[in-house]
Design a protein around this ligand. Structure first.
Ligand SMILES: [Zn+2]
Length: 720
C-alpha cells in the first residue's frame, strides 16, 4: 500500500496539500520535505500520513526529504492550534516556525592544523606557533596573534606544508548550562517565592504561575532559580524566556550567562540569519537548553520544552499586529499546555486578563512584596498643570524644574519620561493653518530635528522639512506643535547647560548593542538627565537615578481604547518605579491636567489593587475582556466603491449567534494607510462563546474581491 502525505507549506494557503509518498521514503510526521507547487519546489512540513484508498486521482509525489531536523509533533500541533485560534492559514505560523530553518547556514570556519610534516628550521617563534596550533584550532591570523608572532611566520609554515588550512562546519551546539552554580543571594521574600515556584513546577506537567512583584523586587533572580530547578531535574529539559523588547534581552542574557556559566540561545529580529540558523538547529536537536528571545521564539521547534517564562507579561509588545496576528503571552500558555510545561508570567503590573485568572485560581499567584536590597518605593506626587503650568513654549513645569535642579546639585540622575518620539508630533503652517500629513496615510507627520525630516510613524514615509508651506507657499511659516523627546531634551539642555543630557528612543538607539551602551552609560553615571520613551522605562536598574519626571502623564489616556487606563497605569508605574534604588529614596513627579482621574490617584497612592478593582468593575459591567471576548475585522482596499460594497455584504453575512454582538462597519480611526481605505467591525462575545469558530464561519461566507484584504484580529489591542 502506498501512503499519502499531507504537507503544510509556509505560505497563506487555507490548508495542507496532499502528495504521494514515493516508495521507500519512510516519511514521518514533522519531516521537512521538498514538494512541488505549480512549477516551483517548496519546503514544507509533513503534518499527516494516511494509507491511500484505491481509485483516487493520482497525486504528485513528494520530491524528497530534506536533511534537516524534524519538527516535533508538539510544535506541529501548536502551529495548527494557533492558526485555528487566530482564524488564519496554518502556513502563516509555520512560516514563523521555519524562519530559522530557512536562514543560511553559518559559513564554515577556516582553521589551521598540523600536517605532520617537520619544519625545516625550528626557531623559538616557529615552536610557539606549532605548540599553539596543537592546542587549539585557530584561523591563521588568530594563530599568529595567539602565538605572539608576525603573520609571516605562520605563512611560511603554511608554504612549507607544516601547517594546512581546513574548513570546518561550525557546529550547532551551545555550552551546557550548569544549574548547580551558586545563584544570586535572595532576600526572604524572593526566597519564599522561589521555593513556592519550584514546588509548583516540581509537580510536573502544565501549570501557570503569576510572579507578581513591584518594580525592583528582583523577579528575574526568582525565575532563574526556578529555571535552575527545572534544568537540574531533567538533563534534557529546555527553558524559554520571552521578553517584550530587544533592549531588555541583552541584560537578561548576561544574567542567564552568569547564573548558568553558559550563553543561552538568542532569538529576535536583530540576530543575523546564520546565527539564527544555528540557534534554530540547536534547539531542534535539543542542544540548546535555554533560549532568551522576543515573541517569535515561541515558535521554535523545542523537542522537550519544560518551562516558559513570559517576563513583563503585561507588555503590549507581545501582541504581533501585522501578518500573523497573535499575542505571545496567550499563546505561551497554550504552548505550555500542549507541551505539559510550566509557564511563569512575571510582572510588576500584571494585565487584567492575568489577574483575573489568578483571582479565579486558574493561575498560582505568587506575590513578591519587598524591593530588592533596602530600596524603598519612590514618593509619587502629582503636578497639577492647571495651577503650575510651564512657561509659554516650554513643557517642564516650575516644580519639576526645581526638583531637577536639586537632583543635579546632589550629583544624582533624572529620567524624563515622554512616550513620544521625535521633536514635535505636529507641524502646521501659521499662514494658512495646513497640517502636514503623509501623502497616502491619515496621520500627521512627526518632526525629527536630528535628521531634519518629517516622518510618518505608521508607514516610515519621510521627507525633508520644506522651507515653504507646500499648501500656500508662505516662507518660514511652519511651526512645531507639542513636544517629543527631542524637544524636551533641548529644553533640558537650555535649563541645565552644564548637565550631560541624552535621549533614548527607537530613533536614537537603533539596535540591541546601542541600547546596551546607552543603558550602561546611564548606569555608570555618565548621563545626568536622560529623556526617554518607554524603551528605557522598562526593567533597567539605574542605582543613581532618584528623580523621574513624567512630562505628559495624560498622554496615554487620550484616544480612549479599551486598555487606555490600564496601559497608562502600567507604563507610569514602570516609569516611576525606576526612581530610587539601593539606599537612596526616589521621587517621581507626574505632570497632569487631570489629577483627579482614577489612574493618577491610584499612581499617587501606589494603590494598584484599588485601580485594578475599579477597572475590573467597569469591564465586567460592559462585558469586555477579561469578562467577555472581542474580535476585530479590518477590511482595506484601494477601490472605495468595492470596499463599501464588500463591507455591506459582510455585515449581511454575519451569523446570528446567542451572546455575540457585531458592531460596524465603520470607518477605522485611521481611515487611510498607504493609500488603502480601511473599515472596521468590532465583535463582542460572552466568554462561553467560541469566538474563533464564529469568526471562521463568518469569513467563509464572504469572498472579498481581489482589491480588498480582510484581517481578523482576535482579542485586539489596537483599535485604530
Ligand atoms: Zn501654508
Amino acid at each position: 500500500m502506498s501512503r499519502i502525505a499531507s504537507v503544510l507549506l509556509p505560505m497563506p494557503l487555507p490548508e495542507a496539500f496532499d502528495y504521494a509518498e514515493p516508495e521507500g521514503m519512510g516519511l514521518e510526521l514533522g519531516d521537512q520535505v521538498a514538494a512541488p507547487l505549480g512549477p516551483r519546489l517548496l519546503r514544507g512540513v509533513v503534518v499527516g500520513l494516511r494509507e491511500a484508498a484505491g481509485g483516487n486521482r493520482p497525486l504528485k509525489p513528494v520530491e524528497g526529504r530534506l536533511e534537516e531536523p524534524r519538527l516535533p509533533a508538539n510544535t506541529v500541533e501548536f502551529i495548527q492550534w494557533a492558526a485555528r485560534y487566530a482564524v488564519d492559514a496554518p502556513g502563516q505560523p509555520l512560516a514563523i516556525a521555519l524562519r530559522g530553518a530557512r536562514a543560511p547556514k553559518p559559513r564554515p570556519a577556516r582553521v589551521t592544523v598540523l600536517t605532520g610534516v617537520e619544519p625545516a628550521r625550528a626557531t623559538p617563534a616557529r615552536i610557539r606557533v606549532l605548540e599553539t596550533a596543537r592546542a587549539q584550532a585557530l584561523s591563521p591570523p588568530d594563530l599568529a596573534r595567539a602565538s605572539g608572532v608576525s603573520s609571516g611566520v605562520v605563512k611560511a609554515l603554511l608554504d612549507e606544508g607544516v601547517l594546512a588550512v581546513r574548513l570546518v562546519e561550525s557546529e550547532a551546539r551551545f555550552d551546557e548550562p550548569d544549574p548547580a552554580r551558586p545563584g544570586a543571594r535572595l532576600n526572604a521574600s524572593q526566597a519564599a517565592a522561589a521555593e513556592a515556584l519550584k514546588s509548583v513546577l516540581g509537580e510536573g506537567g502544565f501549570n501557570v504561575a503569576l510572579l507578581d512583584g513591584v518594580t525592583g523586587s528582583g523577579k528575574t533572580e526568582v525565575y532563574l532559580e526556578a529555571a535552575a530547578a527545572v534544568l537540574a531535574a531533567d538533563p534534557a529539559a529546555q527553558v524559554l524566556i520571552l521578553l517584550p523588547e530587544i533592549a531588555l534581552t541583552q541584560a537578561v542574557i548576561a544574567r542567564v550567562a552568569s547564573r548558568f556559566g553558559a550563553q543561552p540561545g538568542e532569538w529576535h529580529s536583530d540576530v543575523a540569519p546564520p546565527a539564527r540558523r544555528r540557534v534554530w538547529e540547536a534547539v531542534a536537536r535539543g542542544r540548546c537548553r535555554i533560549v532568551v528571545g522576543a515573541r517569535s521564539a515561541l515558535f521554535l521547534p523545542f523537542p522537550y520544552l519544560k518551562l516558559i517564562v513570559v517576563d513583563e507579561e503585561h507588555d503590549a509588545s507581545f501582541k504581533q499586529e501585522e501578518g500573523f496576528i497573535y499575542h505571545a503571552r496567550d499563546l505561551a500558555v497554550v504552548r505550555g499546555r500542549i507541551e505539559g510545561a510550566g509557564v511563569v508570567l512575571a510582572s510588576a503590573t500584571p494585565s487584567l486578563e492575568t489577574l483575573r485568572n489568578a483571582e479565579a485560581g486558574r493561575y498560582r499567584w505568587l506575590r513578591l512584596s519587598t524591593r530588592h536590597g533596602v530600596a524603598q518605593l519612590p514618593d509619587i506626587e502629582l503636578i497639577d498643570l492647571r495651577e503650575t503650568p510651564p512657561e509659554h513654549g516650554r513643557w517642564l513645569s516650575p516644580p519639576l524644574v526645581k526638583a531637577m535642579g536639586e537632583t543635579f546639585a546632589r550629583g544624582e540622575q533624572t529620567l524624563l519620561f515622554l512616550n513620544r518620539r521625535g521633536y514635535a508630533p505636529l507641524v502646521l503652517c501659521k499662514a494658512c493653518g495646513e497640517r502636514m500629513t503623509a501623502p497616502d496615510t491619515d496621520s500627521w507627520l512627526v518632526e525629527h530635528r536630528y535628521s531634519g525630516r518629517l516622518v510618518c510613524h505608521l508607514t516610515g514615509f519621510s521627507m525633508p522639512k520644506p522651507k515653504a508651506c507646500p499648501h500656500c507657499g508662505a516662507h518660514d511659516s511652519l511651526v512645531s506643535i507639542g513636544p517629543g523627546v527631542e524637544r524636551v531634551e533641548e529644553e533640558a539642555r537650555n535649563l541645565f547647560p552644564e548637565a550631560r543630557v541624552a535621549v533614548f528612543s527607537s530613533d536614537t538607539v537603533f539596535d540591541a548593542r546601542e541600547a546596551r551602551r546607552m543603558i550602561e552609560a546611564m548606569a555608570d553615571g555618565q548621563i545626568d538627565i536622560l529623556v526617554a520613551t518607554q524603551a528605557a522605562a522598562k526593567g533597567h536598574n539605574f542605582p543613581n537615578l532618584t528623580l523621574v519626571g513624567v512630562v505628559d502623564a495624560d498622554l496615554g489616556l487620550r484616544g480612549g481604547d479599551l486598555r487606555a487606563a490600564e496601559r497608562t497605569y502600567q507604563l507610569l508605574a514602570q516609569a516611576t518605579g525606576r526612581a530610587g534604588r539601593r539606599d537612596r529614596p526616589g521621587k517621581a513627579l507626574l505632570q497632569t491636567w487631570a489629577p483627579e482621574h482614577a489612574v493618577m490617584q491610584a499612581l499617587r497612592a501606589q494603590d494598584r489593587d484599588a485601580f485594578v478593582a475599579a477597572e475590573m468593575g467597569e469591564r465586567e459591567l460592559a462585558g469586555l475582556p477579561p469578562f467577555g471576548r472581542l474580535a476585530a475585522v479590518i477590511a482595506s482596499g484601494t477601490d472605495p466603491v468595492q470596499l463599501d460594497a464588500f463591507v455591506r455584504a459582510m455585515a449581511q453575512a454575519a451569523p446570528n449567534s446567542e451572546g455575540v454582538e457585531v458592531y460596524g462597519p465603520a470607518d477605522a480611526p485611521l481611515g487611510l494607510i498607504r493609500g488603502r481605505r480601511r473599515k472596521r467591525f468590532l465583535v463582542r462575545a460572552d466568554r462561553s462563546v467560541d469566538l474563533s469558530a464564529y469568526m471562521a464561519t463568518w469569513r467563509a461566507r464572504v469572498r472579498p474581491p481581489a482589491s480588498v484584504r480582510v484581517a481578523i484580529d482576535i482579542d485586539p489591542y489596537s483599535f485604530l
